[in-house]
Design a protein around this ligand. Sequence first.
Ligand code: AMP
Length: 299
Amino acid sequence: MKVIRKVDELREYSIEQRSKGKTVGFVPTMGFLHEGHVSLITRASLECDIVITSLFVNPTQFAPHEDFDSYPRDFEHDYNLAKNADCDVLFAPARGEMYPEGATTSLSVGDLAYVFEGKYRPHFFDGVATVVSKLFSAALPNKAFFGQKDYQQTLVVKALSRDMLMGVEIVVCPIVRETSGLAMSSRNKYLTDEEKSKAKILFQSLVATKEFIESSERNRKKINAFMHEYLRKLEILKIDYALAADAYNLSEPSEFEEGMDVVLLLGTILGKTRLIDNMVVKIPVSNYNEDERFQAGLK
Ligand code: AMP
């Protein structure tokens, strides 16, 4: 596995590979890799000839009070994991490569940046869109691989690639979890053992809410109330949001329609650690008989 630190060198490498007819898969990360990241690299290596993984803790997606300085970093650990996962290139640029002296240009995502996670981190998605756009310009990938773990981010990067005519196919990969159900995250390192064991309530609340919906509940407010009530069992958990929305555009109709994909989105803080999670649930198609379905206009 090659390590590249310069944007120009990465671009040249990618152009060379693509000119040989090879497809380039790209996995952007902030490093401190875990099995979730590895699953993206593995998927990329199944779907593409060449895999580039980036390690870059992006300053513009952190607010001043957030954990940019303390965000965990371990190059040797990341190198070994990426190499074992069949990554071809590890791109690890310095800050000045990604944000050259005097850089002032940034991207603005629009409404999607200010709801759900964006309501609590209003700087975040513009920072993500800006750095992903820079990384795409450097890596020139055919496909880029993102985790469902950051659900709203997957919608933002799909919109980015579409709106800015980037032509990069965005592939969304499933959430990798600990055996307890806790979604893997570099930030789990901040949790104490006790907090880690309590944090499984996020996943448990999603599973319970999925069952609640599958027992034929479609009313959004009732679904939200159920999720809140479940999470409130862990009194020390601060709930920023626990909300159901249309999985495609995050709209919030009062009743979800049958057959529709709904995403349950959680943003919480446990101790000092911000934890997010989500699950996509299909609203069941009701068991009307054929005549009833016809009369209800569902046929
Ligand atoms: P990060 O390093 O946290 O910015 O994450 C880099 C990429 O890995 C993003 O696309 C994340 O959604 C993805 N990712 C992080 N954790 C997981 C996980 N537990 N399962 C799947 N993908 C993940």
